[in-house]
Design a protein around this ligand. Structure first.
Ligand code: URP
Ligand code: ZN
Ligand code: ZN
Ligand code: ZN
Length: 470
């Protein structure tokens, strides 16, 4: 592979902001400086563009089953979509079947993903069946396989939910080996009662998805998760935090010095609960968990992002088509046409994270450019054991680089995105700031509208266990 030289861009990292050239050799950043010149290098002019480290999205669900449903992006299409959005690393999930060993879960997922991925990929392991034999496998997964984070669900009873004892046991085991526990924090048992009540009253429309998942039940589970982690003396990471009340719990814990961390997602920052008032089944587009919240929560979330009570913005990309065709009912929200509780939970977004956060966060003055890079790249890399290989523009780091035009205005639409999903949460939204070129380990994989990457060229990332201290 010949050397690559990116000239004259404005390099923005979590802490820096300066104009310089970047020389890439063998997929790594070899030098950063002014007026670098290498005769044989393939040269790109980045004058007038921002140069960001590649995005790191630590919450995606590709080819992921949810009961009878399966998300409509494969590892191939999902990583292409991510690449167009300036994301060069995702951490996806390997989900344990009941009765399955944790190692088998990981091996099965890696085998499925590896030939397809166009960007680099790591896995969190989702534990659904926490037996003693399974716990005994976790140290090797952390130390040998590079799976250093384990996710459990406090919601979705009978399918994914595990009890507090399982969570606590996992925390103890994982904590001893420097790993991290991620929690979907909602009180699933109580939510189940609310769902049964709603259905018994004949309330079957998508709106009831939101009405049966109250903010205080997210806060309750967040509190429980953090207290369990506190007792187990392990850092804890709350996924897709959506409500003011849950954030308040995280803030309180952090003020006490507890290593509690949390992410939020663009849909909670930019959309509100009124979307469920759209008549008919169209509002099923917004059936994700937790649901969209009231406008006041957005103020709290932005404040949390600004003051580091929230450390990461991930997408929770979990795409199901609105329509049954062309992919079939199992890839579609239509499974819940007559019963909101059967609508597959999740929404797309892996392609829009950088653009939305830049347009709606940086340009509006809610966060700085450096904070933007911290939230979408550096903090996720650090939190999950990938830094400084990922999340940095520094000598020796992987040359995962995004050239971003801060002034280009474009309109978001399902017609132009690269996911297989048939809708966009942000259809018609005009944004300023566009990903122009994306390099993965020095190779140009996105150039404007052209995808130049290749399936299988992404690498599986073994992550270190030393994350969680930002
Ligand atoms: O609605 C969502 N978030 N679906 C994906 C599964 C999960 O809860 O993360
Ligand atoms: Zn979740
Ligand atoms: Zn407001
Ligand atoms: Zn998720």
């Amino acid at each position: 592979m010949s050397d690559v030289l990116i000239q004259g861009g404005r390099i923005i990292t979590a802490v820096d902001d300066y104009v310089a050239d970047i020389l890439i050799h063998d997929g790594k950043i070899e030098a950063i400086g002014r007026s670098l010149s290498v005769e044989s290098a393939q040269t790109y002019d980045a004058t007038g563009l921002f140069v960001f480290p590649g995005g790191v999205d630590v919450h995606t669900h590709m080819e992921s089953s949810q009961g009878p449903a399966i998300t409509c992006d494969t590892y191939e299409t999902g990583t292409i979509s991510a690449a167009f959005g300036g994301t060069t690393t995702i951490i996806d999930f390997a989900q344990q079947e009941k009765g399955e060993s944790a190692k088998a879960t990981f091996d099965r997922r890696l085998e499925l993903a590896e030939p397809q991925i166009g960007i680099d990929v790591g896995f969190h392991l989702i534990l659904t069946d926490v037996r003693p034999e399974v716990l005994s496998e976790l140290p090797d997964l952390i130390n040998q396989d590079g799976v250093s984070s384990f996710k459990m669900f406090m919601a979705y009873p009978d399918i994914l939910m595990v009890d507090d004892a399982s969570i606590f046991r996992t925390m103890r085991t994982v904590g001893t080996h420097g790993g991290m526990v991620n929690l979907h924090a909602e009180n699933g048992a109580v939510i189940q009662v609310l769902i049964e009540e709603a259905l018994a009253q004949g309330n079957t429309s998508p709106k009831y998805h939101a009405l049966t998942r109250p903010r205080i039940m997210e806060a309750e589970a967040t509190h429980r998760a953090i207290r369990l982690a506190e007792l187990a003396e392990i850092p804890v990471y709350i996924v897709h935090l959506s409500s003011e009340e849950a954030l308040q719990v995280v803030v309180e814990a952090r003020d006490r010095g507890i290593p509690a961390f949390a992410e939020t997602c663009p849909h909670y920052l930019f959309l509100t609960i009124e979307k469920y008032d759209i008549p008919g089944f169209e509002s099923a587009k917004y059936v994700m968990t937790p649901p969209l919240r009231e406008h006041s929560c957005q103020h709290a979330l932005w404040r949390g992002l600004r003051f580091d009570d929230l450390q990461i913005v991930s997408t929770d990309h979990c795409p199901f088509c609105l329509n049954e065709q062309p992919l079939g009912i199992n890839y579609s929200k239509q499974l819940g046409k007559n019963d909101f509780s059967k609508i597959p939970n999740g929404a797309p977004g892996v392609e829009l994270r950088l653009t939305l956060l830049y347009d709606g966060g940086v340009r509006t003055g809610k966060i700085t450019l450096n904070r933007f890079v911290q939230l979408v790249s550096t903090a996720p890399a650090k939190m999950f054991g990938l830094f400084p290989r990922k999340g940095a523009i520094a000598v020796g780091s992987d040359a995962d680089i995004v050239l971003f035009d801060p002034n280009k205005t474009h309109t978001l639409s399902a017609a132009t995105h690269h996911s297989r999903v048939d809708y966009s949460l942000f259809e018609g939204r005009e944004v300023t700031g566009k990903v122009e070129k994306v390099f993965l380990r020095g190779e140009l994989i996105v150039d404007g509208d052209r995808y130049l990457g290749k399936s299988g060229k992404g690498q599986y990332l073994k992550r270190s266990a030393s994350g969680a201290i930002l």
